[in-house]
Design a protein around this ligand. Structure first.
Ligand code: SF4
Length: 388
C-alpha cells in the first residue's frame, strides 16, 4: 500500500496530452516511428542527451536503415558508428537482437512484452517504449524522467530506485493509458517530454506546467524534496598507465583482450605499478625511445573510476599496430577513455606540453559530454543493464 493510492491519476492524461501536442520537440525518431527506429533511439538515449544523440541517430539510420542492415553490419563498422556514445556492449546487444529479429521473426519485432524482453539489451523500459510508441499499446515506459515527474506529482517519499515502487507506478499508469493507438504513443512521450522540458531535475518550471494543479510537491513548495534518490555508492578506483607512442609512421594502438572495454582499441595501457615507464617499454621490447612529461586525467564508468597517467613516447618503432593520427580519428573506434589521451598529449606543441589545439578542445568537449551523459544515465534509466 502506497501513500499515493488516493492520488487522482486519472486526471493526468487530458491536460498532459494537450500540452504535448502543442509543445513536443521535432525529433528524428518521432518521424516514422517504426519499431526499429524507436528501439535504436531508446538504446541511444539511455546514454546520451537528446540533442547530442540527434546526429548519431541520423548517421546510424543513414548507414543502417533497417534491422537487416544492422544484423549484417561488420563489427568494426558498427563500433565506429557507435563511437562517442560509449557503452559499446549496448551496440553489440543491438546487433545480437537485430540478428534474432531478422532470423527468427522474419524482420518483424515481436508485438508483446515477453518477446521483446527476450531480446538482448531490452529491459522493461525499452519494451514499454517500443510497445507504446511504435505499436500503440497500453504499455508504460518508466524512465528517470517519468519517475521524477510522478514522484513530484504525488509527493511520494518512496525511493525511486525501489523496484516495488516502480512496479506500482507502472501499474497505476497502465490504468490511465488512452485506448490502444496513437494516444498511447503520445502519452508515453508526453510524460518523458514533460520531465525533459518542464519538470527538470534542478529547476522545475512549475508555472509553465500543465499538471501544476495536480502537483502535490508544488502545492507544498517541496519540489526539491522529490524524487527521493538512493545514496550514491563509491566507485571503485583503478590506476592506469597509458602510453601514447608516436613513431615516424603513426601512433601505436592495439585491441584490448580482457576486462573493461574488451575488444575495443586502446593506446597500450596497463594497471599502474611501481615500474617506471622506461622499464615497461623495455619489457615490451622497445628501444631508442624517449618519454616526455606525463599528464593525468580521469575517466568515469558506471562503477569504476579510471585515474589515468598518460606518458608521451617517441620511438622509431613499436610492437603494436601503427596508424597515422588522422586514421585513428577517422577509422579506429577508440573509446573516450583513450581518446582523451590525444587531448591530454597533443602533438602540435610537443609531446605533453603547450595549449590544446581547437581539435583537442573539441575532443575535450566530447569527453565532458560523455561523462555528463554517463552520470545522467544512472538516474534516467535505473532499470537498464549495467555495463561498461
Ligand atoms: S508542477 Fe512543477 S514539480 Fe510539479 S510536475 Fe509540474 S514542473 Fe514538476
Amino acid at each position: 500500500m502506497y501513500k499515493t493510492d488516493d492520488y487522482p491519476f486519472h486526471l493526468i492524461p487530458a491536460p498532459l496530452l494537450l500540452w504535448y501536442r502543442k509543445n513536443k520537440r521535432a525529433l528524428p525518431w518521432r518521424e516514422n516511428p517504426t519499431p526499429y527506429r524507436v528501439w535504436v533511439s531508446e538504446i541511444m538515449l539511455q546514454q546520451t542527451r537528446v540533442e547530442a544523440a540527434r546526429e548519431y541517430y541520423l548517421r546510424f539510420m543513414r548507414e543502417l536503415p533497417d534491422v537487416y542492415a544492422l544484423a549484417s553490419c561488420e563489427e568494426d563498422r558498427l563500433m565506429k558508428l557507435w563511437e562517442g556514445l560509449g557503452y559499446y556492449s549496448r551496440a553489440r546487444n543491438l546487433q545480437k537482437a537485430a540478428r534474432i529479429v531478422a532470423e527468427e521473426y522474419g524482420g518483424k519485432f515481436p508485438e508483446n512484452e515477453k518477446g521483446l524482453r527476450a531480446l538482448p539489451g531490452v529491459g522493461e523500459y525499452t519494451a514499454g517504449a517500443v510497445l507504446s510508441i511504435a505499436f500503440g499499446k497500453r504499455a508504460p515506459a518508466v524512465d528517470g524522467n517519468v519517475l521524477r515527474v510522478m514522484s513530484r506529482l504525488t509527493a511520494d517519499p518512496s525511493p525511486v530506485s525501489d523496484p516495488a515502487y516502480k512496479a506500482y507506478l507502472s501499474e497505476r499508469l497502465k490504468e490511465i493509458y488512452p485506448p490502444e493507438g496513437e494516444g498511447c504513443s503520445a502519452f508515453t512521450q508526453s510524460l518523458m517530454e514533460l520531465g525533459a522540458l518542464v519538470c527538470k531535475p534542478l529547476s522545475p518550471d512549475c508555472p509553465a506546467c500543465p499538471l501544476r494543479a495536480l502537483c502535490r510537491a508544488a502545492e507544498r513548495g517541496e519540489q526539491g524534496n522529490f524524487p527521493v534518490l538512493p545514496e550514491k555508492k563509491q566507485k571503485r578506483q583503478e590506476d592506469i598507465f597509458v602510453f601514447l607512442i608516436r613513431t615516424p609512421d603513426g601512433i601505436a594502438v592495439r585491441k584490448r583482450t580482457s576486462g573493461v572495454l574488451k575488444g575495443m582499441y586502446e593506446f597500450p595501457s596497463l594497471p599502474a605499478s611501481e615500474k617506471s615507464p622506461e622499464q615497461i617499454l623495455s619489457e615490451w621490447g622497445m628501444s631508442a625511445f624517449t618519454v616526455g612529461s606525463s599528464r593525468k586525467y580521469t575517466h568515469i564508468f558506471t562503477h569504476i573510476r579510471w585515474e589515468m597517467t598518460a606518458f608521451p613516447v617517441r620511438a622509431p618503432a613499436a610492437p603494436f599496430e601503427i596508424y597515422p593520427e588522422g586514421d585513428i580519428e577517422a577509422k579506429i573506434s577508440l573509446p573516450t577513455a583513450f581518446r582523451q589521451c590525444l587531448n591530454c598529449l597533443p602533438e602540435e606543441n610537443g609531446a605533453g606540453r603547450g595549449e590544446p589545439s581547437a581539435k583537442s578542445k573539441r575532443r575535450a568537449a566530447d569527453r565532458t559530454e560523455d561523462e555528463t551523459d554517463e552520470k545522467r544515465t544512472k538516474t534516467k534509466h535505473a532499470d537498464k543493464e549495467k555495463e561498461i
